[in-house]
Design a protein around this ligand. Structure first.
Ligand code: ACM
Ligand code: ZN
Length: 547
């Protein structure tokens, strides 16, 4: 009997040691790298299945943060940790997450992590800061199935460089369902990104339900076919469409908010509106029967700002958009709007006359007509307590008074706007168009729109150009990358184009240029790519050595 007991004990120990009870060690050198990591030495904190996550139940969102931490630890290490509200008693073998509103931390999104032999703590000024501390802890964990994980004693202090850290997705050219959008939000949360710019409307498809204008989705969400590759005369003979109901939108907005991500919706106007024109032809200059566009590029078929109905339509759409999206900013597009039709449209010319929008200061009358429309919509949005962002073309007819400029055609628009005292978001296509190729070996890449933006190019971006006086640097709110989807039809392909360039982007958003080091970043990417593998994200492998 005794022998039997010993035998079972030996088997139990063997099983425990060989599978369940493997030991791992955390490494805080994650992406993005925290601003300061001080390793304190001594005996580490040993995370095990008895470790509890303790949270402050008086603070909203902290239970959810505790759940995130517990889920992430399980996902990465297999360890299942319980979580419970703090009751002031046991602080051994716990990870305590708490808010310190009065502390010395200035930035709402900064955080501190302290690890000592007895346990760990994440403290921040806001639940969002705690969330970024949780992300850092999550990314520092070893991947696998562990019985225990050692966390080296350390003091970590972190704060993001920018308050606006954006990532964009075009769902008009190809539609991606809400489940993928949530997955994309998870991916951007992994990179400490706090803004999702959702490009919801364009010539090739209108993707958001607007109750007052049902034809926008009945007609505008579907195109009869799509061109094949870059042959604009061809057809795949397959209808393509899809849209989000208002309930879908609310669900996605709430999902993002739980992850401290604000969604900025874009209703691109007055160009890139062919899907709306196909639904309501009376909004155009010619009244012809428009069609949702099956090809890519820039069309001269744009909204008619000369017609009062067009202005009313935009205000009505904005009413529903502002109801759905609580973001401070609404993106009104403004890019690539040819003015050929406006030059000959009696309504547009009458508007120019009535509003005295004659050519002035190097702007044509028609450019000033676009600015007039932008300002009308801006006023409406401002009156509702919100602000507009527009692509840098909105500078062309004179900038609307409170507009924030998204500089995409290089940094010039951003420089001009910042020097005028306007806020700016840097999205230059030289560095942040993730629809561009990642390799010069195009034959071995999926078809892309063009260009060449490898990870290193993303990484080297300096968000503060010399041409902007340091006293105006505060107007540069942040940096974003865009994923336009003309040539991206599948979710795997979206991930391939976004990753790992998003990792370089997030380090540009989080860390000052002076302290960034590309070689060090590459070293840290080994573990970051292992996290992508573990979570099943598809990514481009160009930075992996020996491939
Ligand atoms: C843009 O890429 N047309 C903003
Ligand atoms: Zn017109």
């Amino acid at each position: 009997m005794k022998h039997f007991k010993l035998f079972f004990l030996a088997v139990a120990v063997f099983v425990a040691v060989s599978c369940n009870y493997e030991r791992g060690e955390a490494d805080y050198d994650v992406v993005p790298l925290p601003q300061s990591i001080t390793l304190l030495g001594g005996e580490p904190f040993v995370l095990n299945s008895k470790t509890k996550i303790v949270y402050d139940a008086n603070e909203p969102q902290m239970e959810r943060n505790a759940v995130f931490l517990s889920e992430y630890i399980k996902q990465i290490t297999g360890l299942k940790l319980k979580y419970e509200p703090a009751d002031g008693s046991n602080y051994d073998n716990n990870i305590v997450i708490s808010i310190d509103r009065e502390g010395y931390m200035e930035n709402d999104e900064g955080y501190m992590i302290s690890v000592g032999k007895e346990g760990g703590a994440i403290v921040a000024k806001s639940p969002a800061g705690v969330f970024y501390g949780i992300q850092t802890l999550r990314k520092s964990l070893p991947i696998g199935k562990f019985g225990t994980v050692e966390l080296p004693n350390a003091s970590i202090n972190d704060v993001p460089l920018f308050g606006y850290r954006g990532m964009h997705l075009d769902v008009s050219r190809h539609f991606f369902d809400k489940e993928f959008v949530k997955r994309y939000i998870d991916i951007i949360a992994l990179h400490n990104i706090n803004t999702f710019h959702w490009h919801l409307t364009d010539d090739q498809g209108w993707r958001v339900e607007i109750k007052k204008y049902p034809k926008l989705t009945e007609i505008g969400s579907m195109r009869s076919h799509t061109v094949v590759g870059k042959d604009f005369e061809s057809s795949d003979e397959t209808p393509h469409g899809g849209f989000y109901t208002q309930e879908d939108i609310k669900e996605v907005v709430a999902y993002a908010a739980e992850r401290y991500i604000t969604i900025i919706p874009e209703i691109d106007l007055p160009g890139h509106m062919l899907a709306a024109l196909a639904s309501y032809p009376e909004l155009g200059c010619t009244g012809e029967q428009y069609e949702v566009w099956p090809r890519w590029g820039i069309t001269e078929k744009v909204l008619c700002p000369g017609k009062d109905g067009t202005v009313q339509f935009l205000k009505d759409v904005m009413d529903e958009i502002m109801e759905l999206f609580p973001s401070e900013y609404i993106h009104i597009g403004g890019d690539e709007c040819p003015k050929d039709h406006w030059k000959v449209c009696p309504d547009c010319q009458a508007r120019i006359k009535a509003e005295k929008l004659y050519a002035k200061d190097g702007h044509t009358a028609e450019q000033r007509l676009q600015s007039w429309l932008t300002s009308e919509i801006e006023k409406y949005i401002n009156d509702h307590g919100r602000r507009i962002i527009g692509w840098d073309e909105i500078l062309e007819g004179g900038l609307a008074p409170n507009a924030t400029v998204m500089s995409w055609r290089g940094i010039t628009g951003g420089v001009t706007a910042a020097n005028m005292g306007h806020d700016v978001i840097m999205v230059p296509y030289s560095h942040f168009y993730f629809d561009y190729y990642q390799s010069e070996d195009r034959d071995n890449e999926p078809l892309a729109i063009g260009g060449f933006i490898p990870v290193e190019k993303v990484y080297e971006f300096n968000p503060f150009p010399e041409e902007v006086d340091p006293s105006l640097h505060g107007h540069i709110l942040g940096v974003q990358a865009n994923v336009w989807c003309e040539y991206i039809k599948t979710t795997d392909h979206v991930e391939y184009m976004a990753l790992p360039r998003m990792a370089a982007l997030c380090e540009v958003q989080w860390r000052p240029a002076e302290v960034r080091d590309y070689e060090d970043f590459l070293d840290r990417m080994e573990h970051h790519l292992a996290i992508y593998d573990h979570l099943g994200y598809n990514y481009a492998k160009h930075i992996v050595p020996d491939l």
